[in-house]
Design a protein around this ligand. Structure first.
Ligand SMILES: NC(=O)c1ccc[n+]([C@@H]2O[C@H](COP(=O)([O-])OP(=O)(O)OC[C@H]3O[C@@H](n4cnc5c(N)ncnc54)[C@H](O)[C@@H]3O)[C@@H](O)[C@H]2O)c1
Length: 204
């Protein structure tokens, strides 16, 4: 095994995850992408398959996760991000934010890895404060139409914080606001197209 730093990127065949694979490889890391392809697409990463410093694991992170060898970082980006997707698969969405995050926090602990989770502006729900500041707790409806995504992400942040405070795990939380670009899934609406100037309504 080489002495390169090793990073696990969940959701590695998705929009953001595939760009992260490219970036970490360019920075000299050994990249392990893990994805069950529920909303992602292998075409986003097929250009990487011949590289020795890249591995793809077809796996659902809501089930037990194991990766042989050392791990320095885990970037947990697996989750549907578009309401077009997560409203069709609400239970998988809740599971990947909760069970998936728990599985990966356990792996990070065993490996001594630092873990970053991809959270979302949706943790603020239907906010009454604009623009949202990190100290704002939000206006969320657990039984509302986007509850499966919003509550999964809120739980994801809470359990990540608990592993940090209780187990001393090195963790990072990033709340992403409406990002789109090349490799964004075909489900994207007109507002997501690079030529559009409208605010994004679909990737949250
Ligand atoms: N794009 C945005 O604007 C945005 C905004 C806020 C948060 N986020 C977060 O960023 C992350 C990535 O979003 P994206 O836009 O790239 O979405 P995406 O749908 O393109 O990518 C998500 C990837 O996760 C995979 N996945 C889903 N469930 C899985 C599971 N159980 N096991 C393994 N893989 C699984 C999918 O197959 C897909 O490849 C998500 O966590 C999302 O909540 C994105």
């Amino acid at each position: 095994m080489s002495d390169k730093k090793r990073v696990l990127i969940t959701g590695g065949a998705g929009f953001l995850g595939s760009h992260l694979c490219d970036r970490f490889l360019a920075e000299g890391y050994h990249v392990i992408a893990m994805d069950n392809l529920i909303t992602g697409d292998l075409s986003n990463i097929e250009h990487l398959f011949k590289r020795e410093d890249f591995e793809f694991h077809h796996h659902d992170v809501s089930k037990f996760v194991f990766v042989p060898g050392k791990l320095d970082y885990i970037l947990h980006f697996a989750s549907p991000a578009s309401p077009i997707d997560y409203l069709k698969i609400p239970i998988q969405t809740l599971k990947v934010g909760s069970l998936g995050t728990h599985n990966l926090l356990g792996l990070a602990r065993v490996k001594g890895a630092r873990m970053l989770i991809a959270s979302t502006s949706e943790v603020y729900g239907d906010p009454e404060v604009h623009p949202q500041v990190e100290t704002y707790f939000g206006n969320v409806n657990p039984v509302g139409p986007r509850g499966c995504y919003d509550e999964a992400k809120r739980f994801q942040e809470a359990i990540t914080m608990a592993y940090h405070t209780h187990h001393g795990l090195e963790t990072r939380i990033i709340r992403i606001f409406n990002t789109y670009g090349p490799a964004c899934a075909s489900t994207m609406a007109a507002c997501c197209r690079p030529s559009s100037r409208k605010p994004c309504a679909v990737r949250t």
